[in-house]
Write a protein that binds this ligand. Structure first.
Ligand SMILES: *Cc1c(COP(=O)(O)O)cnc(C)c1O
Length: 397
């Protein structure tokens, strides 16, 4: 059984803050500053360019990929890390489309994160072959999986509402229709158990700065199923995805397996932060995290609904149908969230009216949930949010 008091002690959380935004940016692991400082001085400073070999920098993307792979049910050797999630979405979709050349439709849903849709739009425009990005309502996805569809591209957990797709069922349906799948695990990895192998997923991608706590700008990850790994054609054929980068051949030959999804020089400093953040998982079991997350979100929903009549639940009521966040609708949600942040309860706002709260059992406990409920009730019911200073929108919401 995971000792959540022990995992909480591994994070550096400012005094007096209830941090319900780890679904957007995870907090700082206490071990990170010293480890990053040592990497800077001992490895970069002391080893200079020999660090690529001596400190194992070049092998780090695959090593970290395997550690993430254990949390998402990937076969060993089939996940790598690097770049940003938007880039990994592009790569996965491009390779999947290449494997379904005769088909023209990419099916996604209106709950997907806009960057995934934008990357798909850009890719399809570049391909110039009359492809269509078909975006339907989340609950209509299943009915739109037809034999026109080349790729089903979905994010498992909706960033706004927390609604969760049934990955296994939709993957099976896509395969039955002859389509491939690209799953975005941005709000799944580190939040709930994922079984990529058991679901028969084709491609999956995700980021590490949300529930995996790798810090702002942490590298993304990409999974390619073993049956595709040796056939997937990389759209971004950079030198580190080449079979022999240091042969400096003029022509591109893809590397073995998922290695070919590497592009360029890995962000070693940021990878060090990810490495430390993943150490936390040596003490935590993802199934325990999920069970605890359900307890915390159920407690939060019950408390808010009892105390705050002006807030409407936007997340599915059945915990099996949502991820590890809870969202409420409120027309003046932006101002209300700024007022909460001023009182030490940090969540975030997603247009047009969603107040979003993430629950991360590694460092959030029942006491935090109860404190948050009391402060939210006070701010909402006293009208303390209704002030001009809370209504001016910052660049990042
Ligand atoms: C957070 C998130 C992103 C962000 O992509 P970056 O390239 O890392 O900025 C993309 N897609 C989804 C589904 C997300 O939740």
């Amino acid at each position: 059984m995971t000792d959540f008091a022990a995992t909480k002690a591994l994070f550096d959380l400012p005094e007096g803050i209830v941090y319900l935004d780890g679904n957007s940016l995870g907090p700082l692991p206490k071990a990170a500053p010293a480890r990053i400082a040592a990497m800077l001085t001992d490895e970069w400073g002391g080893m200079l360019i020999t660090g690529w070999n001596k400190a194992g920098w070049m092998a780090q993307p695959m090593r970290l990929g395997d550690r993430i792979g254990r949390l998402i049910g990937a076969e060993p050797g089939h996940v790598t890390t690097g770049d940003t999630l938007s880039i990994k979405v592009y790569q996965a979709l491009a390779s999947a489309l290449e494997m379904r050349k005769g088909r023209k439709v990419v099916l996604s849903d209106s709950g997907n994160f806009p960057s995934d849709l934008y990357m798909a739009e850009g890719l399809l425009r570049m391909m110039g072959g009359g492809h269509e990005l078909r975006v339907v309502a989340p609950d209509e996805v299943e009915d739109h999986i037809t034999d026109e569809v080349a790729v089903l591209m979905l994010t498992e957990v909706d960033y706004r509402t927390g609604r969760r797709h049934d990955m296994k069922r939709l993957t099976a349906k896509a395969h039955a229709a002859g389509a491939l799948t690209v799953w975005d695990l941005a709000h799944s990895a580190g939040a709930l158990p994922v079984d990529l192998s058991g679901c028969g997923a084709d491609f999956a991608v995700g980021c590490t700065y949300k529930y995996l706590n790798a810090g702002p700008g942490g590298p993304a990850f990409i999974y390619v199923a073993p049956r595709h790994a040796g056939r997937a054609v990389p759209a971004l054929s950079g030198w580190l995805g080449h079979e022999a980068p240091f042969a400096f051949d003029l022509g591109y030959r893809p590397g073995a397996g998922v290695d070919r999804m590497r592009v360029g020089t890995p962000p070693v400093i940021q990878m060090t932060a990810l490495e430390v953040a993943l150490d936390v998982w040596d003490m935590a079991d993802i199934h325990d995290v999920r069970a605890k997350s359900i307890e915390l979100t159920e407690r939060f929903i019950a408390g808010i609904e009892a105390a705050c009549p002006t807030l409407d639940l936007a997340s599915p009521r059945d915990p099996a149908l949502r991820g590890s966040q809870v969202s409420f609708r409120f027309a003046e949600g932006y101002a209300a969230m700024q007022a909460l942040i001023a009182r030490g309860v940090i969540g975030d706002f997603r247009a047009p009216d969603i107040m979003r709260f993430g629950f991360t059992p590694l460092y959030i406990d029942e006491g935090d949930v109860d404190r948050a409920i009391a402060i939210i009730a006070d701010v909402m019911n006293s009208g303390a949010w209704d002030r001009a200073e809370y209504k001016t929108r910052a660049a990042v919401t």
